[in-house]
Design a protein around this ligand. Structure first.
Ligand SMILES: *Cc1c(COP(=O)(O)O)cnc(C)c1O
Ligand code: SF4
Length: 370
């Protein structure tokens, strides 16, 4: 058995052992762990420094999970946008394909809390075969995101087989993997795994660091292996109360990510997921964090801040107000709050039809008639 498998097997799945050690009453938490699974492997457990610190809050069940009367269970309507189980087809040219129901640590704020790690998330050879069949039949799908759960919890052999099936589909241009493994169980990034992944380029991997304390030497080594194999690494953080809802913490996180060759891609406003209401912050706090990044540190550190729209509308970017007004002059505010203006290109004078996409099309077809 490999190290990562042993670590996974040694995970804590009941609050008792852990909370007693820290002098916290485990009884109310037992009920929480029954409804929403708990799994903290020894590696991630070792990152906890004290009760309720940012690592603890991500991993240890809280009574507040059962007190959420605000959020629905599937706010992004993923199930509605799944033409077949475990495959979300929301956007025109890409799909999110769930190939694993398990994770190496069950994040308390998970967007798929309704099903990840539970019995109602059924993934097996047949569902994966169905997903592949769907992708083969839909030539518009040029980007496949392997997700879950965590796809990197599959065995090397299973991953190899899924990736080779995907690569055999001519219209699939890129394959992305969404995985928290580099954060929560970096030991899983073995040379064996790397040998599998590197056969199927272009492969992109988006991981999910939320706090600078998660960037350990072991995590850095896992990311280096992936990057050395030619896999561009991105990061999707979630803005979480009591974890990273602080401009200084978020800035440090983004900077440390670049140092391990992970490019910040998204900061998500926390989804309205049942059982996670206590993690949500205001949108103003998110905008404040973005304001503290842009201009104040490397542009490479600045991801897009997005809300994944309730109702399944997809990711919508949010930007602090740099644009004050737009007309003949574009009035702007820079990162220090100082005003600047840019002379706009004037619209065409009256009488001349503005060039619109529709006109271009009409003219072209006119030309063909002649
Ligand atoms: C986030 C997401 C994607 C990918 O979005 P990008 O902006 O291309 O990274 C695709 N499908 C679903 C359902 C998603 O939630
Ligand atoms: S790793 Fe991702 S899918 Fe798994 S519990 Fe965490 S947020 Fe959810």
């Amino acid at each position: 058995m490999e190290t990562w498998q042993k670590l996974l097997q040694a995970s804590i799945t009941r609050p008792g052992a852990l909370t007693r050690k820290y002098g916290v009453d485990p009884h109310p938490l037992e009920e929480v762990a029954e409804q929403y699974p708990m799994r903290i492997n020894p590696y991630y457990l070792g990152l906890i420094k004290e009760v309720d610190d940012p690592i603890w809050r991500q991993a240890v069940p809280s009574e507040q999970e059962l007190q959420d009367s605000v959020c629905p269970s599937d706010p992004l309507e993923e199930e509605n946008q799944s033409p077949i189980p475990n495959l979300v087809h929301r956007y025109p040219d890409r799909v999110l394909f769930q190939v694993s129901s398990e994770c190496a640590m069950y994040c308390r704020f998970c967007t798929r809390k309704r099903k990840v790690g539970g019995e109602n998330m059924m993934i097996n050879r047949a569902t994966i075969e169905n997903g592949l069949r769907y992708i083969r039949a839909h030539a518009e799908v040029r980007d496949v995101i392997l997700s879950g759960g965590d796809p990197l919890l599959l065995s090397d052999e299973r991953l190899d087989s899924i990736l080779s099936e995907l690569r055999a589909i001519p219209h699939v241009e890129i394959i992305r993997i969404g995985s928290r493994i580099p954060v929560v169980l970096p030991q899983r990034v073995t040379m064996g795994l790397i040998r599998v992944l590197r056969k199927y380029h272009p492969i992109y991997l988006n991981t999910h660091f939320n706090h600078p304390d998660e960037i350990t030497e072991t995590a850095a080594k896992a990311c280096a292996r992936l990057a050395n194999a030619g896999i561009p690494l991105g990061n999707q953080s979630v803005l979480l109360r009591g974890v990273n809802d602080d401009p200084a913490v978020m800035k440090r996180l983004m900077q440390k990510l670049l140092a391990i060759r992970v490019r910040p891609y998204y900061i998500f406003q926390a989804d309205m997921v049942q059982g996670t209401n206590h993690f949500r912050t205001s949108v103003e706090e998110g905008l404040e964090i973005m304001r503290a990044l842009r201009g104040h540190t490397s542009g490479l550190c600045v991801p897009a801040y997005v809300i994944d729209a309730p109702g399944g509308g997809g990711k919508i970017p949010l930007l602090p107000d740099y644009l004050q007004s737009i007309g003949d002059e574009v009035v702007l505010k820079n990162y220090l709050g100082n005003p600047y203006s840019y002379k706009n290109v004037l619209p065409a004078p009256p009488g001349i039809e503005p060039l619109r996409v529709a006109n271009v099309g009409r003219r072209r077809s006119g030309a063909r008639e002649r």
